[in-house]
Design a protein around this ligand. Structure first.
Ligand code: DP6
Length: 311
């Protein structure tokens, strides 16, 4: 017997940064789901084995393997699964492109275990309103990957949120594809030591309210300013932590400057945000497709750009 599941990555516009035990966020967050960046997880039933194992074809570092299998043990215990599996996990986007894949991989792992449990136990365990709560325990941001196009995650868990009828075009400018030295899990702990931490959950909550209003009322420039302030807030927390750390590169700053110039000259442009990494995410409205193409060709031609219009 075997099972498989796919789940997409997501990019937060209002960030989950700072958490308590079990990945309970200290503020609500809002994300856009990245349908073009998916992880696929597969299980083969292992007859007679006494533990789960990775498929030999997998090239995954040891710390990630341990974290993944630990979450699988938790899921099996929750669902009452006694059987053991051979596990494969594969991203359908280029690996080593510096995109955090923990959200998509933990969501896909959780869904795959829920599918296996459903068949082995003869009941349906795949309801996303319940599965996202389990996925959160593996990696917080993964709980948002069960909903689209936007997900809101607050004390009640994650759910889809209706913001506007507009289709979004997503691009990520990959300025550095290396694995990050400070994981997001570590970043969540360090930001609590920042001199700027005071008031952070309230700032995020206020921005979330304002962003939802801006997107509902098509106030695109307001949405751009709110998301701009939000990722800088998070990166300033990194830079002012003890010990301080950071992901911003000169090349990230160059891309940000290009986006700012676009806004200043055209009075329009994409929403822009950055994760806990150096790469720059851009979100355009569908009616900006031409602007999106022109900007990529004329200004981002020297960079690797994944997502919309990718070549
Ligand atoms: C910067 O979900 O990777 O991407 O719960 O420890 O696995 P863990 O952290 P993780 O944190 C993601 C933080 C972020 C912002 C966000 O996605 O909201």
């Amino acid at each position: 017997m075997n099972w498989s599941a796919e789940a997409p990555a997501n990019i937060a516009l209002i960030k989950y940064m700072g958490k308590s035990a079990d990945n309970i966020p200290l503020n609500p967050s809002l994300s856009f789901t990245l349908d073009k960046f998916k992880t696929r997880v597969e299980f083969d039933l292992l007859e007679g084995a006494n533990q789960d194992e990775w498929d030999a074809s997998q090239n995954i570092n040891e710390a990630d393997q341990v974290r993944f299998l630990k979450h699988l043990s938790f899921l099996k215990e929750t669902f009452g699964i006694k059987e053991n599996f051979r596990v494969r996990s594969q991203n359908d986007f280029p690996s080593h492109c510096g995109l955090a894949s923990s959200a998509s991989s933990f969501a896909a792992l959780t869904l795959c275990a829920a599918k296996a449990a459903s068949e082995l136990k003869g009941a349906d365990f795949t309801d996303p309103t319940k599965v996202n709560l389990l996925s959160r325990k593996g990696s917080g941001s993964s709980c948002r990957s069960f909903f689209k196009p936007f997900a809101l995650w607050d004390v009640e868990g994650a759910r889809p949120i209706e913001l506007c009828g507009i289709k979004f075009l997503h691009q990520v400018v990959v300025v550095d594809a290396a694995r990050k030295e400070i994981s997001s899990s570590e970043a969540h702990k360090r930001v609590l030591t920042s001199r700027l931490w005071n008031g952070r959950p309230e700032r995020a909550r206020n921005r979330l309210e304002k962003l939802v209003e801006a997107l509902k009322h098509n106030s695109w420039k307001d949405a751009y300013e709110i998301t701009w302030d939000e990722f800088w807030d998070m990166h300033e927390l990194f830079e002012t932590s003890a010990p301080s750390f950071g992901y911003m590169k000169d090349s990230s700053q160059r891309v940000l400057k290009l986006v700012r110039e676009l806004w200043n000259t055209e009075g329009d442009g994409p929403l822009v945000t950055m994760d806990a990494g150096p790469n720059v995410h851009l979100l355009y409205r569908e009616d900006q497709r031409e602007l999106c193409n022109q900007f990529r060709i004329q200004k981002l031609g020297d960079y690797v750009v994944l997502g919309e219009g990718e070549r």
